[in-house]
Design a protein around this ligand. Structure first.
Ligand SMILES: Cc1ncc(COP(=O)(O)O)c(C=O)c1O
Length: 404
């Protein structure tokens, strides 16, 4: 007998992971895919040597304590360190009791969905937005309503209209810095207005910030949380894009009572985050020159972005619109109207190139002519070689040559 329930039977594969699975299938058959699809940081920057040394130090100095069961709210020295860390985002008036350590940002988003969404309630997001979050929110029964973006981020007038229409919104989800997939950052006036709207319509803001420090001009925007005088904003952080995603360390920031409720949820869910990984991250942040590491990573990603922009401009169809990302890992390309990146996917994939179709990011099913391209994981040589091939395939699938 196969396990079944209304909840389980409604689940479908995660859209992004279904592409990863296809790439793995090809790898098993000995074929290598040039993937511009993943949201992966580049493995050449993973601090393998530092972590090897750190592991030894932890086990020597802390012994079995480091691999014992531990507190559900997280390793206190790491929570205390994060209080200092968040000052980068101008979040200053918090204590370690406002922080819950999570197994990656994804777990934090899942907890918020589990805790705040009831079947039929609405979550408002940017359109387009991160499919992993959309899948999670829908998995807990939310209807996801997207709000359009411009160069300053989520359109606040459209958001207000959505809040008027959906008075029961569980929360507004935003990736305010170097948004996934568009690479856009929300302006400061909009950040402030967003907090006011959350207060006016009695809802919450979930601010997801995994890309905030991957800034190509080194500037870090003040978090929406830093304007939150009402306790309406829950901030989500992660080390996945800046250190290594396999460590699975993230954190949520909220008022103490909200954190306490989420801790009760965690006690019933996975008890605690990997104890060793929390200690690894603390020591890495504290002792291993994180700022220099970040500078090196962003320098390389900036050059890769520039190479990709050049190659896309030269080879994609005329009329393609690009958003130049000021940070993060992605380039969002909108092909001329009528082109369909979902339909085109298999045609491109049979030549062993992958991207993510725009429709995966759009709660309303729009974005059929768009695609997200990752520039962080491929070398400049690879980008310069394969983006023109992708461009040619797009053109031969139905466009005319030469992008704007
Ligand atoms: C916007 C956004 N939030 C959260 C995540 C998941 O992050 P983590 O690895 O910390 O769970 C991702 C991963 O791609 C992301 O793009």
């Amino acid at each position: 007998m196969v396990i079944h329930s209304e909840f389980l039977d409604a689940l479908t594969p995660s859209s992004l992971r279904s592409i990863t699975a296809k790439i793995r299938d090809k790898a098993k058959r000995g074929e290598t895919v040039v993937s511009f699809a993943g949201g992966l940081p580049s493995p050449e920057f993973f601090p393998v040597d530092d972590l090897r040394r750190i592991n030894e130090q932890i086990l020597l100095e802390e012994g079995g304590e480091a691999i014992q069961y531990a507190a559900s709210d997280g390793y206190d020295p790491l929570r205390m360190y994060l209080v200092e860390f968040m000052k980068r985002y101008q979040v200053t008036d918090i204590s370690y009791k406002n922080i819950l350590i999570t197994s990656g940002a994804q777990q934090g988003l899942a907890y918020l969905a589990k805790g705040l969404v009831t079947p039929g309630s609405v979550v408002i997001t940017e359109n387009p937005s991160y499919p992993g979050a959309l899948d999670t929110f829908r998995g807990y029964g939310a209807e996801v309503v997207g709000v359009k973006m411009d160069e300053d981020g989520m359109d606040m007038d459209e958001l207000e209209r959505a809040l008027e229409t959906h008075r029961n919104a569980a929360f507004i989800y935003t990736i305010a810095d170097f948004q996934n997939p568009m690479g856009i950052s929300m302006s400061v006036p909009r950040r402030k207005r967003l907090v006011e709207l959350a207060e006016k319509y009695d809802t919450f803001v979930v601010e997801d910030g995994p890309y905030s420090l991957i800034s190509f001009d080194g500037r870090v925007m003040p978090a929406i949380k830093s304007f939150d005088t009402y306790g309406r904003v829950i901030y989500s952080g992660s080390t996945s894009k800046t250190i290594a995603p396999g460590l699975r360390i993230g954190w949520l920031i909220a008022d103490e009572e909200s954190i306490q409720k989420l801790v009760y949820l965690k006690m019933r869910d996975d008890l605690q985050v990997n104890n060793m990984a929390q200690r690894q991250v603390l020591r890495y942040f504290r002792d291993c020159g994180f700022d220099e590491h970040l500078r090196q990573v962003t320098d390389v990603y900036r050059s890769r972005r520039d190479t990709m922009l050049r190659a896309v401009r030269e080879s994609f169809p005329q009329g393609t619109r690009l958003v130049v990302p000021g940070g993060g890992l992605f380039l969002w390309a909108e092909l001329p109207e009528g082109m369909d990146t979902l339909e085109m996917f298999d045609y491109v994939f049979q030549k062993n190139i992958a991207y993510v179709p725009g429709a995966f990011f759009c709660p309303d099913g729009s974005g059929r002519n768009a695609m997200r391209l990752n520039f962080s994981t491929s070398s400049e040589e690879k980008i310069a070689r394969y983006i023109p091939i992708l461009g040619e395939m797009i053109c031969s699938f139905g466009g005319q040559k030469s992008a704007s």
